[in-house]
Ligand binder design. Structure first.
Ligand SMILES: C[S@@+](CC[C@H](N)C(=O)[O-])C[C@H]1O[C@@H](n2cnc3c(N)ncnc32)[C@H](O)[C@@H]1O
Length: 113
């Protein structure tokens, strides 16, 4: 699957993230999660940062995990452009376990597939 996501990375931002549906989705998620300045967030499958960057703007620290190097490269560009601080890691969630502090530390788990 990783090569497929790598192949989508270049044009990913021009697709769904530009749609009204995704704008609505972002608003709904931000309202539901209501990230707080004191909190730490973890975005699994963060892609180019559609959620991770707005969340990073509102939290103390945000981690972004993705298995696609090309998605992570785009994410790095957006992080630079937006001036947020975000810790990103390349990890295949089907093959690796999350570090143990991450498995017990989060209060909300929105999921988009
Ligand atoms: C539908 S995209 C969503 C990206 C981002 N959350 C967004 O809303 O724009 C799914 C993302 O999950 C990543 N992903 C899929 N399977 C993964 C896995 N096994 N481990 C880590 N990341 C994965 C893909 O590389 C892709 O960036």
């Amino acid at each position: 699957m990783r090569p497929q996501w790598d192949a989508k990375a270049e044009k990913w931002d021009d697709g769904l993230p530009q749609s009204d549906l995704f704008a609505e989705l972002l608003e709904t998620i931000m309202e539901a999660v209501a990230p707080d300045r004191d909190e730490v967030a973890l975005d699994l499958g963060a892609g180019t940062g559609f959620l991770a960057i707005p969340i990073a703007q509102r939290t103390r620290r945000t981690y972004a995990v993705d298995h696609s190097p090309a998605m992570l490269q785009k994410l790095a560009q957006h992080v630079c452009e937006s001036g947020v601080h975000l810790w990103a890691a390349e990890m295949d969630l089907e093959r690796s376990s999350l570090p143990s502090p991450w498995t017990s530390s989060f209060r909300t788990m929105p999921c988009i597939t």
